[in-house]
Design a protein around this ligand. Structure first.
Ligand code: ATP
Length: 327
């Protein structure tokens, strides 16, 4: 065991994601199993600055694997983006005698963690906890599978209403700058179109959806709109459709925070558990400033810089599948 690794800190930061609790549990138990003490830092980097730290025992993470959200809370903290803020955070690290950090979150969390690691020479391991699946170097992020299932379930419900009323439903889906949730949900939900940032064919797709719908005597359509694919989101797309096709009535559904909640799927629980254990192993192996990822069902370690800066593309075959099957 690395002689310098006596106490680790764990925090969740940025948007919450289902499976974060499973990750906290895994990190805690894997560490304790190796004789390492665990300090939970509440409210992400804000708690690190404010010194909101509690030592966890194995029992403290009992009964949480099935719970959505994060028991140690999350926050967005602009103070951590300042040098002064990070200096305060480092004072907490010293006071609590924390030797390494495991940060669970998305690219913002990793950007902050990486900077902190460079400035204060503290090992940081990132676990990808975000519904967006937008981190390079990992096939999946913790929470993505659950969110995708939730969105698909919502589409199924909307489909009942859409077919009963002959309308075009525009459904706004989360994803920051990435269209993974939207495109995959469109395939799973059998949608007529998916408007995503990675592809720019808004009216073309709508025309196809409407045209194909007529040919097949479909009387309704569900079009998914990634929140930032078009300025103004699904509402803006609805206005475009009504302008071009006043004969169609549109309805907008913004799924919003529904997409984040709920009990994590088995996939997310297993992913989070494996990643949490791997994070502790990585620290014991002397790794630092890496993200734990999954590729072809193998755990991999990816430099934080790559996970943040390299762009993950949507698979062209998925895009083609969505287009092909939407007729
Ligand atoms: P999600 O993808 O779910 O939104 P995220 O981790 O990307 O998660 P952000 O709000 O972007 O969420 O980042 C979380 C926190 O990370 C921020 O509130 C801030 O404390 C820290 N952070 C983000 N960017 C930086 C930065 N450039 N420097 C220092 N800290 C940062």
């Amino acid at each position: 065991m690395s002689a310098n690794l006596k106490i680790i800190g764990v925090l969740t930061s940025g948007g919450d994601a289902p499976g974060m609790n499973a990750a906290i549990r895994a990190v805690t138990r894997a560490a304790i199993g190796q004789g390492i003490r665990v300090k939970a830092i509440y409210r992400g980097y804000k708690g690190l600055i404010d010194g909101e730290v509690t030592e966890f025992t194995s029992q403290d993470v009992s009964g949480i694997i099935q719970r959505g959200g994060t028991i140690i809370k999350s926050a967005r903290c602009t103070e951590f983006q300042t040098r002064e803020g990070r200096e305060k955070a480092y004072q907490t690290i010293l006071k609590e005698q924390i030797d390494a950090l495991v940060v669970i979150g998305g690219d913002g969390t990793f950007t902050g963690g990486r900077l902190f690691a460079q400035e204060y020479d503290i090992p940081v391991i990132g676990l990808p906890g975000t519904i967006d699946n937008d981190l390079w170097g990992t096939d999946a992020t913790i929470g993505y599978d659950t969110s995708l299932s939730t969105i698909t379930e919502c589409i199924d419900k909307l489909r009942d209403t859409a077919t009963s009323h002959e309308r075009i439903f525009l459904v706004e889906v989360m994803g920051r700058d990435a269209g993974f949730l939207t495109l995959n949900a469109a395939i799973a939900g059998g949608c007529e179109a998916a408007i995503i940032p990675e592809r720019t064919s808004v009216m073309e797709q709508i025309e196809d959806a409407i045209g194909n719908g007529r040919r097949k005597s479909k009387n309704s359509a569900i079009v998914l709109v990634q929140e930032h694919a078009v300025e103004g989101g699904a509402n803006a797309v609805a206005q475009m459709v009504e302008k071009e096709h006043p004969e169609y009535s549109t309805r907008v559904t913004v799924l919003g925070h529904l997409q984040r909640g709920g009990s994590p799927t088995a996939f997310d629980r297993i992913l989070a558990s494996r990643m949490g254990v791997a994070a502790i192993q990585a620290l014991l192996d002397g790794q630092r400033n890496v993200m734990v990822g999954i590729q072809n069902d193998d755990i991999v370690l990816v430099p934080l810089s790559k996970a943040i800066h390299q762009k993950k593309d949507v698979k062209e075959d998925k895009w083609q599948a969505m287009l092909t099957l939407s007729i």
